[in-house]
Design a protein around this ligand. Structure first.
Ligand SMILES: [Fe+2]
Length: 202
């Protein structure tokens, strides 16, 4: 029996719909998206966390307003994210240092499904990243494949600093296993949802 709260289920459904909508039917990104979708049919223990907001979270409302203006699947995803956002425990990336004020004060992450999520599980991690305007997220890489859905404008680095892509609002970025990647905002906040298929390590 699925004990998942309705607002979380609605968010996951709309997140999956937004991912599927922007992928071509064949290829590795769709394979990953489908496996995430199949995995999410089974719920996992619900693990409500003490909600936490950082000052940069004041940027969320503006980002959601931009996403809602797109209409369609992006607006629906923004609405369902807004419904669960008050439950989230926003935090900084573990590498963030107070001495690097633009990044330290200009970003936040929250896990929705995953080891530290509202639903505790190891096989699928879904969360959200927020950047204030003109912030660059550090380069990073990880074994699980990852799909970002952009709810805002912004750029994503793929492989090296001379290769940035701009998916546009509602677009996606697929990160193959261990590819070096990063993201950066422009003159508006960047809000993006990421999904990782953790058990499909290569
Ligand atoms: Fe990543």
């Amino acid at each position: 029996m699925n004990a998942r709260p309705r607002d979380l289920q609605a968010f996951l459904d709309r997140s999956q719909a937004a991912i599927i909508a922007c992928l071509s039917p064949d290829g590795e990104p769709m394979r990953v998206a489908r496996r995430i979708g199949e995995g999410l049919r089974l719920d996992a223990p619900q693990a409500p966390r003490k909600p936490n907001r950082l000052p940069v979270c004041g940027q969320i409302a503006g980002a959601l307003q931009t996403a809602r203006a797109q209409g369609g699947a992006v607006a629906a995803l923004a609405d369902s994210f807004a419904a669960i956002e008050p439950q989230l425990a926003w935090d900084r990336r573990w590498t963030a240092k107070p001495g690097d004020a633009p990044f330290y004060d200009g970003h936040a992450n929250a896990t929705i499904v995953g080891p530290d999520g509202l639903e505790k599980r190891d096989d699928i991690w879904i969360g959200v990243s927020l950047l204030a305007p003109h912030v660059r997220y550090p380069d990073h890489h990880h074994p699980p494949q990852e799909i970002y859905v952009a709810l805002s404008s912004g750029d994503w680095m793929q492989g090296s600093d001379d290769n940035w892509v701009t998916p546009g609002i509602g677009g996606h970025v697929y990160n193959r296993s261990n590819i070096l990647h990063a993201m950066r905002s422009h003159d508006r906040p960047l809000l993006a949802i990421w999904s990782l298929w953790v058990t499909d390590r290569v």
